[in-house]
Ligand binder design. Structure first.
Ligand SMILES: NC(=O)c1ccc[n+]([C@@H]2O[C@H](COP(=O)([O-])OP(=O)(O)OC[C@H]3O[C@@H](n4cnc5c(N)ncnc54)[C@H](O)[C@@H]3O)[C@@H](O)[C@H]2O)c1
Length: 281
């Protein structure tokens, strides 16, 4: 029986994942190398739960209960007694492999180690452990408390039993799990990122302003938000990392990250989280 869930990485995604698990009655231990990120995450979770209360979707007692279930730490070793672990650290294969190796050493051997990666191979992460049958992808969407999809990635060695348990977890969180095979970018980013990248090329070539491009996609294609607004929301560094994985893994020049995207990331213009991207925040 899964009681304690470890979530590693308290950034955009990690805090949302921690929140939905706590809201579903799991005891959550949220880990980050940076203590300020943990304070920020706690504040973000409190604010998000507060909005649910305002909208009448959650009682104040439920909000308090969820906050009670949340604890934070900078020590990954505090996950030694976790029953289920989800990693949501930076989109970097070396950093994730090192973490999975560490998690494999400290957690009980039957514990599932899931990754929220947007694009990195689950099979490679599994190979960094002695339990590749228990390593899988659980790719939540941003913002996690509102988006119902979880893309479930089966690595080459992931067992059907691990997938079944993870599917059940997703449903318990009120999400809809959809399975994808372990290819770069899986389903969601294989299709989304080339569109975002093309929109950035269109800005670079002066085809249209960011506002014009977003308006065309919103009003013309009925998308709820334009691709550049969405890129700012995801984080331009995250978009670049995913495009690099698609380009390296699939080899097709159509996935080549736009030079303007590289330049914006180098300048620290990362979108919403840095206050500046295609728009100012
Ligand atoms: N941003 C999105 O919209 C989105 C959507 C789906 C999936 N993802 C994926 O989720 C993961 C996290 O993305 P994010 O946008 O939340 O990133 P982020 O940059 O907002 O947060 C990453 C956090 O991980 C922490 N961290 C880095 N290395 C660590 C380590 N070794 N141990 C513990 N903490 C560590 C950082 O301090 C930071 O707080 C990535 O794999 C990303 O591809 C992102």
């Amino acid at each position: 029986m899964i009681k304690t869930v470890g979530v590693i990485g308290a950034g955009t995604m990690g805090n949302g994942i921690a929140q939905v698990f706590a809201q579903s009655g799991f005891s959550v231990r949220l880990v980050d190398v940076a203590a300020p990120m943990l304070d920020r995450a706690r504040g973000a979770i409190e604010k998000s739960l507060g909005k649910f209360v305002e909208k009448g979707k959650l009682t104040a007692a439920d909000r308090d209960a969820a906050m009670e279930l949340l604890s934070t730490t900078t020590a990954v070793d505090d996950l030694a007694d976790a029953d289920y672990v989800i990693e949501a650290i930076v989109e970097n294969a070396d950093a994730k492999c090192a973490l999975f190796k560490r998690l494999d050493a400290i957690t009980q051997p039957d514990v599932i180690l899931a990754s929220n990666t947007s694009s990195i191979s689950i099979t490679v992460l599994g190979a960094a452990t002695t339990r590749p049958d228990k390593v899988l992808g659980m790719h939540f969407m941003n913002p996690v408390p509102l988006m119902t999809l979880v893309e479930m990635i089966r690595g080459q060695a992931t067992s059907p039993d691990s997938m079944r348990i993870a599917f059940e977890r997703s449903v318990r969180l009120g999400k809809t799990p959809v399975e994808a095979a372990d290819y770069p970018g899986f389903i969601a980013n294989r299709i989304l990122m080339p569109m975002i990248n093309e929109a950035i090329y269109a800005v670079m070539e002066g085809v249209g302003t960011p506002e014009a491009i977003d308006t065309v996609m919103k009003l013309g294609m009925n998308h709820p938000m334009g691709p550049l607004t969405l890129a700012d929301f995801i984080g331009l560094d995250v978009c670049l990392a995913i495009l690099n994985v698609l380009h390296d893994g699939l080899g097709d020049p159509k996935y080549r990250p736009c030079p303007l995207l590289r330049r914006m990331v180098a300048a620290g213009h990362l979108g919403r989280k840095s206050g500046r991207g295609f728009y100012a925040y």
